[in-house]
Design a binder for this molecule. Structure first.
Ligand code: MG
Length: 461
């Protein structure tokens, strides 16, 4: 009997936390819409004056838009590992380590280890139908592929769209006899088998969208989990004929406007099937804009630097939660990150957290559905397996800085740089000299985090 008491208290607390949140009997569906290299400033609702995103703007108006939402990494592979496991990528070994590469490449041997519990696997155990559509980039060998990690089906590219060149053609050339391919040779795969190579990238967004809508329609009886990881706006940039040449922002803008169309199609499908009120949709990006690509590189808006760096532009990304009638509409400046989506989805589904697994996020449900504030917690900006910076409240301390691309070595700061992200979101005015107490608090948080950290076996060699 004495053992029952704590459990009873726990259940009472859980019930109390959700008592204001009324869900239909069926567990909510979960849809994650994941852009690749989309900048903080590249949506209308994020202030872009040149890219039109009416569907995402409407999604933001009907849902909750985060101004301070973070990716867990500054490049593709570790970010995706973190999203699907709810853990900093260092824990799964899916990040750069000394002598390793920053992401998986076509000839990489590693992949997301089987010891990791993905969101798909956790939800599948609760009876969810699970689909991956789009870019994977977490491994191409046995054990690391989508179907090995809890997805019932998979349709998309095994990694980035720039990772295979066609023999005899320089990557990105326009000398191809088949112009849509332009020298790129990435394969389109279904359930682990190549169905088209080179993939016609001009129609990828459209075909991903059709696949996603088909899944929603077929699984409308629910519950389901859809992970739609778009190929764009990652370079090389393509858009379908309906979108090419229509944006003021060139082919980059065309590609983003097509993603916006795609989002509209998916939300419309949910509305049409009567699922909008019982489906949590979250839109975000894997990392910041790839600025060295010039006009094809997007914009981080007022944030500094972009993809590859731990300045804000590399890791602060758009974040929009949508579930009409459930998610309280508005804009929040609460600090949240993609690793929060794992515990949030599990809480909605009524799935227990995996035993013995350290998760790095918190359940956002009380905030999304009942307007509760989040606890103050540190956020660690990892570059590979190293912590370059840490945010606590409005303050961010940089221990090392390095631009995303083109600065060969990181600069270590014996006295960390310190920025107040409320007063100075562009990280221009170092306030370290007058706030040693803040730096000490942040350093404490880093020490505590590192003391409890067990890195996974490196996968990106
Ligand atoms: Mg990316």
């Amino acid at each position: 009997m004495p053992k029952l008491l704590p459990r009873l208290i726990l259940y009472t607390c859980v019930f109390a936390a959700f008592s204001q949140v009324k869900f239909p009997a069926a567990p909510p569906n979960v849809v994650i819409l994941f852009a690749d290299d989309l900048g903080y400033g590249d949506l209308g609702c994020q202030g872009s004056p040149v890219i039109r995103t009416p569907n995402l703007d409407r999604m933001a108006a009907e849902g909750l838009r985060f101004t301070d939402f973070y990716s867990a990494a500054e490049v593709c592979t570790p970010s995706r590992a973190a999203l699907l496991t709810g853990r900093y990528p260092i824990r799964s070994g899916m990040c750069e380590t000394p002598g390793a590469r920053r992401v998986l490449f076509a000839n990489s041997k590693g992949g997301l280890p089987q010891s990791e519990v993905t969101l798909a696997r956790a939800l599948k155990a609760r009876g969810y139908a699970t689909a991956h559509v789009g870019k994977w980039h977490l491994g191409i060998h046995e054990g690391g592929r989508p179907l090995d990690h809890g997805f019932d089906s998979s349709f998309g590219l095994p990694y980035s769209n720039d990772m295979d060149g066609r023999p005899g053609l320089p990557k990105g050339s326009s000398g191809s006899p088949n112009p849509p391919q332009d020298g790129w040779n990435v394969a389109l795969m279904r359930d682990g088998k190549v169905v088209e190579q080179p993939a016609d990238q001009t129609t990828l967004t459209r075909r991903y969208t059709e696949e996603a809508v088909k899944f929603i329609t077929e699984k409308k009886g629910g519950p389901f989990f859809l992970y739609l990881a778009h190929t764009f706006p990652h370079v090389p940039m393509f858009a379908s004929p309906q979108f090419k040449g229509r944006s003021r922002a060139g082919i980059y803008g065309d590609a983003v406007e097509e993603l916006d169309w795609s989002t509209g199609q998916i939300l419309d499908a949910l509305r049409k099937e009567g699922l909008a009120g019982n489906t949590l949709v979250f839109f975000t990006s894997d990392n910041g804009p790839w600025l060295i690509m010039g006009s094809q590189g997007g914009s981080a808006g007022l944030l500094k630097d972009g993809k590859g760096s731990t300045w804000e532009g590399g890791m602060r990304v758009p974040g929009i939660a949508w579930m009409p009638g459930r998610v309280q509409p508005g804009v929040t400046s609460a600090v949240a990150h993609m690793m929060d989506l794992f515990p949030t989805a599990l809480a909605l589904a009524g799935v227990e957290r995996p035993a013995g697994v350290t998760l790095d996020g918190v359940d956002l449900a009380p905030m999304l559905f009942a307007g509760r504030s989040l606890p103050e917690r540190p956020f660690f900006y990892y570059r590979g397996d190293q912590i370059f910076a840490c945010r606590l409240g409005e303050w961010k301390a940089h221990f090392k800085t390095q631009t995303g691309y083109g600065q060969p070595k990181a600069e270590a700061h014996e006295r960390p740089l310190l920025f107040h992200l409320g007063l100075d979101p562009s990280e221009k005015r170092d306030m370290a000299a007058t706030h040693p107490d803040v730096i000490a608090r942040i350093q404490d948080a880093v020490r505590t985090h590192q003391a409890a950290m067990t890195p996974g076996a490196p996968q990106l060699q």
